[in-house]
Design a protein around this ligand. Structure first.
Ligand code: 7RM
Length: 644
């Protein structure tokens, strides 16, 4: 392990990584199992783009997540699992057991026709079998595409279509708080338009009633009985695809972000160990001097998002860590659940989202008081900017001022953490992601695309040199990858975020500068939500913008045009919410709906969201230049409607 242990060492590693990136990353790539070492560390340009890491290397990531640990830590817990219902018993899987289950399920996949290079869609609750499914795919060289269980059938079917999946792995249902979500019936509805899918493997979780389609649908529990637990790894090329993960963009169609094997592996392990300062043994130990127990690490993200891929499954397993997986939600059965689970498992490192912190803070300290929280050593946040008040509450009420907070900035496209403190090493400032990790070269660009040098500057956050976890392409559409990330600023990767570099050279993210919004930490495209709203038969057109929301970070404000002039507006609004829930999922439900007669459009027909955004924020005094609008009078009408 090459863990940085002091700020001086961070500075010197950073310098080395910029002076000679290839040598730096080659050093981080030692210590993994390579079936064949790489011939060349890096080949790249940002003009196509074309980025390749560890060229010519042969490996399998699961050999590095599982097999590599068996001799030394086979009996150590790999996955701890806490169910939704606190009365149900938790589960534990040692590295040996996880290896066995992943191998067995890999054989199930093969038995059901899966081959290297196939795309397999995973739509599951947060149970250990979800992690097993990812690892089983990777073991046989199939490309997993996980779709978050909160998405509904249209979003699911779009993603299955785009990746041309031949297998779907799902469960009968999912427990989330007081709700049971019927996953299998959502899959059934999605598959009506997905002829590529030949097999559906169904795990029993909620025991709800499901319809099994002959030939196509099989039970997980039946299939595992038919196969052995021996499954040699498929030898993969460094640049073979590991997974696709869909992320929302400015158009209605989500992008299939592609990550490949070796670079992603090296990057997630390096960033996991360094940012969280994960220790395989406690020393000094919060649970007794010299304990040989590895630290317990808990990332609350769902595996359906990149945070779950990189820092619940791959990063921790590559590091040989004990990773806790939680099926439920922060507020069930009450707003003390996270704190109860931390005490129950003596969690040392806790990684969650600002939106969760804000909602638990709002619930009140009485939910925290019953718990000791004395096992905690490091706290982390991810997904959105954290406001100072929430940061302080996290620091004082949860961390008791003893736990460094790592505010980690990164994206689905970056594969892993890019800008973040190293726990206990980098001096933190509330609201700041602080400094780039070694190997990461940020650049702030102004409107004209000129790089802003020095401190006390603000611009668009870009990167000028590749890192091993960088997006390789958007699935089956390389042009889109170029257009979205590499065309705006020639020679740079553009993140879509605004950012400040303060007088100390510290980075502070100011938020998105495009048409996607982070709602409760989930990235949603406004166009995708509009498409769902427009499925309502009475709605001819809609425009969605984000407005600041005290808990969610951003809320969804929808301006809709009702073709039928319905008088029962409350009923109509309810129906719109139901439509969005049905087609896209409840994560995309509008918080506010305003029925309007027209939308502010330019003469070329483009909706001027800038104006709608101001109105949604309640700031109608200065809407800027509206003279280029096709019909400036609609603005007055919308303003009046927003106030009423
Ligand atoms: C990991 C993840 C990416 C977007 C990104 C930002 C925002 C993420 C932070 C943050 C401020 C942070 N991937 N973001 N982390 N903003 N501070 N620490 O969330 O692809 O879903 O979203 O999230 O806008 O571009 S993501």
């Amino acid at each position: 392990m090459n863990r940085i242990i002091s700020f001086e060492q961070y500075l010197s590693e950073y310098k080395k990584s910029v002076d000679d990136p290839e040598q730096f990353w080659a050093a981080q790539a030692e210590g993994f199992v390579w079936r064949k070492k790489w011939d060349k560390v890096l080949e790249w340009n940002f003009t196509e783009p074309n980025v390749k890491w560890f060229i010519g290397g042969k490996l399998n990531i699961t050999e590095n997540c599982l097999d590599r640990h068996l001799a030394e830590r086979g009996d150590q817990t790999a996955i701890l699992w806490e169910p939704n219902n606190p009365k149900e018993e938790g589960r534990k899987l040692s590295y040996k057991e996880l290896h066995t289950e992943a191998c067995r399920f890999a054989n199930v996949l093969k038995n059901n026709g899966a081959k290297k290079g196939d795309r397999i869609c995973i739509y599951m609750p947060m149970v250990p079998e979800l992690a097993i499914a990812l690892l089983a795919c990777a073991r046989i060289g199939a490309i997993h595409s996980v779709v978050f269980g909160g998405f509904s059938f249209q979003s699911l079917s779009d993603r299955i279509h785009d990746a041309d999946c031949n297998i779907v792995i799902t469960a009968d249902g999912a427990f989330r708080g007081a709700k049971d979500i019927p996953l299998k019936s959502v899959v059934d509805e999605a598959l009506q338009t997905c002829p590529s899918v030949k097999k559906v493997i169904v795990l029993k979780r909620t025991n709800c009633e499901v319809k099994m389609q002959n030939e196509r649908d099989v039970w997980w529990s039946d299939e595992v009985k038919k196969v052995s637990a021996e499954c040699p790894v498929e030898e993969m090329d460094s640049e073979d695809m590991l997974f696709i993960l869909y992320t929302s963009g400015s158009t209605g169609k989500p992008k299939g972000v592609v990550h490949t094997t070796a670079g992603y592996m090296v990057f997630t392990k390096y960033t996991f160990e360094n940012v969280f300062q994960y220790h395989l043994t406690h020393s000094p130990s919060p649970i007794g001097e010299g304990s040989q127990q590895p630290e317990v690490y808990w990332c609350t993200a769902d595996i359906g998002w990149i945070t779950g891929h990189s820092y619940l499954v791959y990063g921790p397993l590559l590091a040989g860590a004990t990773t806790l997986m939680f099926e439920g939600i922060p507020t069930y059965p009450d707003a003390g659940r996270f704190w109860q689970v931390i005490d129950k498992y003596k969690v040392n490192i806790f990684y969650t989202a600002p939106t969760a912190i804000r909602s638990l803070m709002a619930a009140g300290d009485n939910f925290v008081k019953p718990y000791k929280l004395d096992s905690l050593r490091v706290l982390g946040t991810v997904g959105e900017p954290i406001n100072e008040e929430a940061w302080k509450w996290y620091n004082e009420t949860i961390g008791k001022k003893k736990c460094p907070i790592v505010d980690t900035w990164w994206q689905t496209e970056t594969g892993g953490i890019m800008i973040s403190p190293l726990a206990g090493i980098t001096k933190t400032k509330p609201g700041y992601a602080t400094l780039p990790l070694p190997g990461i070269q940020p650049a702030l660009l102004d409107e004209k695309g000129e790089e802003l040098f020095g401190n006390n500057v603000e611009g668009k956050l870009c990167f000028k040199f590749p890192w091993p976890g960088i997006i390789r392409t958007t699935y089956k559409n390389h042009k889109r990858c170029f257009n979205v990330y590499f065309s705006q600023y020639k020679g740079y990767y553009f993140s879509g975020d605004g950012c400040k570099r303060d007088e100390d050279g510290y980075y502070r993210i100011t938020g998105r500068v495009d048409d996607v919004i982070k709602v409760s930490g989930h990235l949603l495209g406004t166009a995708e939500i509009e498409n769902a709203i427009n499925r309502h038969p009475d709605i001819v057109e809609s425009a969605v913008v984000g407005f600041p929301h005290p808990i969610k970070g951003w809320g969804i404000y929808a301006f809709v045009i009702d073709d039928h002039n319905r008088k029962d507006t409350d009923e109509l609004k309810k129906e719109i919410i139901a439509t969005v829930t049905k087609f896209m999922g409840s994560i995309a439900k509008p918080d506010k709906i305003q029925i309007v007669k027209g939308l502010p459009k330019t003469r070329s027909g483009k909706i001027m969201r800038r104006i709608l955004k101001k109105i949604s924020e309640g700031d109608t005094s200065n809407l800027g230049d509206t003279s280029t609008l096709l019909d400036p009078s609609v603005v007055e009408e919308i303003k009046q409607g927003a106030l009423s």
